[in-house]
Structures are given as C-alpha cells and as structure tokens.
Design a protein around this ligand. Structure first.
Ligand code: HEM
Length: 408
C-alpha cells in the first residue's frame, strides 16, 4: 500500500479518543512545576512531559553596567518565582499584573528557563574570563539559510506552560518590569501536539518526536552524564548544574514532504509513521533501535542513524560509510516545539520545528548536526535561525537568583 498518510500530525485516526498512556498527564491550570532546584526546572522537568505551549525569546541586554545586569537577573528571578507558583496578585509586587489571567494568577505548569549567549561575555560587564569554555556564536552548517535577525542573543528565555495566555501574561509582565534593561531580538512561538492517539507527541512531519529521550532517563545517571555540567570539568565553577542549550528554527517544506509516499518518509526518518516503532521492528516506539550492517532496513543516511550512529554503544554498533568509527557522545536532551506563523511573501507556509536541545558539551550537538548534513531529510528542511546558549544553573532557594554564581 503506497501513498502519503496525509500530514499524520493528528495520528492514524483523527478525532479518535486519546488512550491513556503511561507518560500521559492531563495539563491543568493549577499545575505547579517547582521553581527552586539545583537545575532549572524547565529543562528535563521529570517526571512531567513538556507543556504544550512554548516560546523562545532572545534578547539584547541594554543594561549598561554590571549592577544593572545584576538587577535584571534579580527581577527575572523574582518574577519567575512568583509567576511559576501563582496566587493572588500581591500589592507588594508593585503591580496588579496584566489581568489577563483574572484576579488570581494561575501557575499553569509554567517554567521559565534562562540562558546566556556568548555575546554577554564581551567587554560590557567584565565577564570575559567567566565564559563557558565551549560557548561560541552559532555559525552556519552546510544547508543553513540563516536570517541574521533571528540568530543569537545575549539572553534567551524559554517559557513553557499549558496554555498560551499564561505565556503571553509572562511576556507582558517581564517586559513591563525590565524596560531599559533588555530588548527583544527575536521570538518564536511554538506548540506541542497532545498524544495522537497515544505515545510521544507528533511533529509537523507527522512522526512521533522526542521518543529517544527515554534512553537518557531509563538508565540511572545518564541525565547527569550527558546533560548537566558537573565537576570535574574544564568549565568555570559557576556553571555547575547548568547545560548548553541549542535552539534552531528549522523551516519545513510541508507541501513537498506531504507528497512523499509514506514508505519513503519512514526510510528518511528510520521509524514507522503511525506507531513510531523503529524500522528494525519492535513492539512499540520505545523498542531498541538496531542498525543492519547493510543499511537495507535502516538506510545509512536516515535521520536516526546519523543522529545516533551508536558507534559508542557496542551493543548495536554497525558500520556506516557516513560516519567515522568513533564519534563523541551521542545523547542530547531534546525539548523542541512546532511552529506555524504568517506565510512568507510568496504565500508559502512558514512552519517547522523550533528545535531545542540541551547537552553538557556543545560539541555533542555540533558534531551531530555535521553528521546530519548528509541526511535524506535535507531537501525538506531549511534551518533559518537560532543560536547557542548556556542555560544557567538552577535557583536553589529564596535567597538565590539566576546568574548569582556568575556575577559574584
Ligand atoms: C529539524 C527537524 C527535525 C525533525 C523533524 C526531527 C525528527 C526526529 C524524529 C521523528 C526522530 C525519531 C523519534 C525520536 O527518537 O524522537 C528523531 C530522532 C532524533 N533526532 Fe531529530 N529531528 C530534527 C532535527 C534534529 C536535529 C537538528 C538533531 C540534532 C542535531 C536531532 C537529533 C535527533 C536524535 C539524537 C534523535 C534520536 C536518535 C536515536 O537515538 O535513536 N534531530 N528526530
């Protein structure tokens, strides 16, 4: 049976009731994701699945002195602490808020993740000697068509919540309170689909996406090894508990993609479209991905085979002409959102992936992306923006604030 499975974003049977899966959890306005912790809570956020609404906003810092920069981080901390916990709008906070959420602020599962770009470590604030060692400006890969207006930034906020009005409220709140200290540079609004009909949510290509994240959570200690900076490390001490964050705005040619027969789409990704099961077989999407040495079942240049060639995991290793025998670590923590925004000047859809991943070493991502320059997905996607950032360590308690260890 050939032909496309139209879009696929809604699953095999659109409108079918959602089956309860083990990872499913109904989002509610009362959800609170604890704000304080060693790591920022909007990154791995276990055991929760990511919220359905997400926005990435990059800023140029307009604060002029180190004291003003410190004020900026203190304001961001105080507001994030309050907005993520909810409650009545407090007169002591100096404002009744936007009113968008009513008289009582609902936490709505909000997380606020704050990251810094390499430009923050220029000569403005005396931070040059404290830069994370791998933090550099993003440079173009082979098939990128980068729009400079949507690249880089001194700061990046990733705001995620169950509903979009909660995010708009946060943006209004933060911009009201930080006027003069930072200015928006670019923004991308995203969403994640609910389970359609079960399992990991689908991306705009219609495939279950972020499935392999569970390889990091199923094995004790893997998250610590691959995501968080910890000692011993060549990184400055203040970075402990933080992680490198990559955001890439990747536009899809959905008109072209949806004309591709589903069997070919599956060979491009390496998984079945309806079920998410790897092409090598298995019971469900969480079954092991195993590569055949001849590349007949899982093509050498399919997405998953290049993203994770498994040459460092001897259990499943199989040679691949597109990758060296040994590659550096292959595990990243993905936390991407889908976007669809206004059409371009030619009336074509501008939709795709606000790709986001976290990893202890930035080179893990860079080398992975280089391998993906050879993937069969290339004709259907165009990276247009984004940047490299370092997501700060968590805010530990009421006395702590974002970037405290960086600025003191
Ligand atoms: C931009 C468009 C992209 C799309 C539509 C996409 C889609 C997918 C899909 C459907 C899967 C299989 C299911 C899963 O394991 O989540 C997958 C796996 C994966 N992707 Fe992507 N991806 C994209 C970009 C990237 C980029 C830029 C990277 C990193 C440089 C990446 C890294 C990975 C990794 C590491 C896996 C898991 C491989 C494994 O261990 O089996 N992806 N992606």
């Amino acid at each position: 049976m050939g032909g496309t499975l139209t879009a696929g974003l809604l699953g095999a049977a659109a409108g079918q009731p959602v089956r309860k899966g083990s990872r499913e959890r109904s989002p509610s306005a009362g959800d609170i994701v604890p704000f304080h912790g060693v790591h920022q809570s909007g990154i791995t956020q276990l055991p929760r699945v990511p919220q359905q609404q997400g926005v990435f906003v990059a800023y140029d810092v307009t604060a002029e002195t180190r004291d003003q920069l410190t004020d900026l981080f203190r304001i961001l901390t105080a507001r994030a602490r309050f907005l993520t916990s909810g409650g009545p709008a407090r007169p002591a906070s100096g404002s009744s808020g936007s009113g968008l959420l009513g008289t009582t602020l609902v936490p709505d599962g909000l997380t606020v993740t704050v990251a810094v770009g390499s430009s923050l470590f220029d000569d403005r604030f005396g931070l040059a000697g404290r830069k994370p060692v791998e933090l550099v400006p993003m440079t173009a890969f082979a098939h990128d068509d980068l729009n400079p207006a949507e690249c880089h930034g001194d700061l990046l906020l990733q705001l995620c919540a169950n509903h979009s009005d909660a995010l708009v409220n946060v943006l209004i709140d933060l911009h009201t309170r930080t006027t003069g200290l930072m200015r928006q540079r670019w923004r991308i609004d995203g969403f994640r689909s609910p389970q359609r009909p079960s399992g990991t949510p689908r991306d705009l290509l219609g495939f279950h996406d972020d499935v392999a994240n569970h390889f990091l959570t199923d094995v004790k200690g893997r998250i610590d090894n691959f995501v968080w900076v910890h000692s011993p490390s060549p990184e400055p001490a203040w970075t402990t508990g933080g992680t490198y964050q990559v955001v890439r705005i990747v536009r899809f040619d959905l008109e072209k993609w949806n004309r591709v027969p589903v069997e070919q789409q599956q060979r491009i990704i390496g998984r079945h479209k309806v079920t998410g099961v790897p092409l090598n077989g298995g019971h469900d999407e969480n079954s092991p991905v195993v590569y055949d040495p001849a590349g007949e079942v899982m093509p050498f240049s399919c997405h998953v085979r290049l993203a994770n060639p498994q040459t460092t995991d001897s259990r499943f290793a199989a040679p691949n002409p597109y990758v060296p025998d040994k590659v550096p670590p292959v595990h990243i923590w993905r936390r991407s959102y889908q976007y669809m925004r206004a059409p371009d000047v030619d009336g074509r859809m501008d939709a795709g992936h606000a790709f986001c991943c976290f990893q202890r070493e930035l080179r893990t991502y860079i080398e992975m992306q280089r391998r993906l320059e050879n993937e069969m997905l290339v004709p259907y996607i165009t990276p247009t923006g984004g940047g490299y950032f370092f997501a700060l360590p968590g805010v530990k308690d009421d006395h702590d604030s974002y970037a405290r260890t960086l600025l003191t």
